[in-house]
Design a protein around this ligand. Structure first.
Ligand SMILES: [Fe+2]
Length: 359
């Protein structure tokens, strides 16, 4: 069995052990499955979230499966983070790249990995100072603390996304509606986040969600997917007819619009995909994916892996505490960059969020 995981050319191929997968076309990427925490711990953590009305964005998240938190970061700081992201994009000897000149927006002028999926998590970018600074903004980290009811969290080492509008050589990207959670995990295990560093108007790229699909996640798998087709890995892509089932059950397709400094959150059980800019857009989509989950969700084994990943400045998937994907410098077209260009301040707080130090 081969499972397409994105609309890119990457394919997942199971190998001999059930706990590890590799990407056929990207030998630098290893998906390591770790033991899941008991559902009782998961459910206890989110009990207060579901047990009352909060009169803030948490009500949207529970009802709709997603929420937009306006001005999580002051606009000027968000714009500064975008400039830092642009500097990183130009740090590979690719001096030809000019953010003001669309003619230079070509694959050969972009960082030497992942240009086709617009998301970068190699070469230590997920540990650059500006990325950690954005994650640890009070309006980002603080909202995740509010969500989970604890300040003992773990951070994902998630990707930077920079997508140029109307890039002449960009491959066609079709919708890939999916869940980022296994049906074997029925509760609230993970909430994903986008720190918006650019405008996301109707014509610009951005997150597309199916409103309320989070609340149909368990019913969908129980009634529409044979149990032998359930996968323990946290990814499930929907067919057209499966997506129609959600639409027929009232889940409206929503393109989430937001501005620089906004934080978008969604439940990993909410069906979603990332829309590239339409031809009417002239905005360079820039976001930092950022998720936090309670440290108590991680097993000792996962914490060991997490520490190892941090110390090698590796990237991960959205999941901060389990099924950690090591995204190291790729074997193909190697560039020697063992650490971020600009190191983050290794504060006690950061090391705990990174899993490099215990709470
Ligand atoms: Fe996703």
């Amino acid at each position: 069995m081969t499972t397409t995981v994105t609309n890119s050319t990457l394919t997942l191929e199971p190998i001999s052990t059930k706990s590890v997968r590799t990407y056929k076309d990207s030998p630098g990427i290893v998906v390591k499955k770790t033991k899941s925490v008991p559902n009782e711990i998961i459910d206890a953590q989110s009990a207060s979230l579901y047990s009352k009305i909060h009169n803030d964005w948490r009500d949207d998240l529970v009802r709709d499966g997603y929420a937009v938190i306006k001005n999580a970061i002051p606009k000027d700081r968000a714009e500064n983070y975008q400039q830092e992201a642009f500097k990183w994009m130009k740090s590979f000897g690719n001096d030809e790249l000019d953010f003001d000149d669309p003619k230079t927006w070509r694959k050969e002028n972009l960082p030497p990995v992942d240009a086709d999926i617009n998301a970068y998590n190699c070469y230590g970018v997920t540990h650059e100072k500006f990325v950690w600074d954005a994650r640890m903004e009070p309006g980002v980290l603080g909202e995740f603390e509010k969500l989970w009811g604890t300040d003992e969290l773990l951070a994902s080492f998630d990707a930077l996304n920079v997508t140029f509008p109307n890039r002449a050589d960009a491959p066609e990207m079709k919708p890939w509606p999916h869940f980022d959670q296994s049906p074997f995990k029925p509760g609230l295990h993970c909430v994903q986040g986008i720190i918006s560093l650019s405008n996301h108007g109707p014509a610009d790229g951005g997150l597309v969600v199916y409103r309320g699909s989070n609340n149909l996640f368990n019913k969908f798998f129980a009634t529409q997917v044979r149990k032998e087709d359930w996968d323990e890995f946290n990814y499930y892509q929907l067919s057209e007819s499966q997506l129609k089932w959600f639409i027929d059950n009232g889940c409206e397709e929503i393109k989430v619009n937001c501005e620089p400094g906004d934080l978008v959150l969604w439940d990993s059980r909410t069906c979603h995909w990332g829309m590239v800019p339409t031809e009417k857009s002239n905005t360079i989509r820039t976001v930092i994916y950022s998720c936090f989950t309670p440290a108590k969700f991680a097993s000792e084994e996962a914490l060991d892996t997490k520490k190892e990943l941090f110390e090698s400045f590796s990237g991960t998937t959205h999941w901060p505490h389990a099924d950690l994907t090591a995204v190291r410098n790729p074997v193909i077209k190697p560039i020697h960059r063992p650490q971020p260009l600009s190191m983050p301040e290794l504060s006690d707080k950061l090391l705990k969020l990174a899993g490099a130090k215990h709470y």
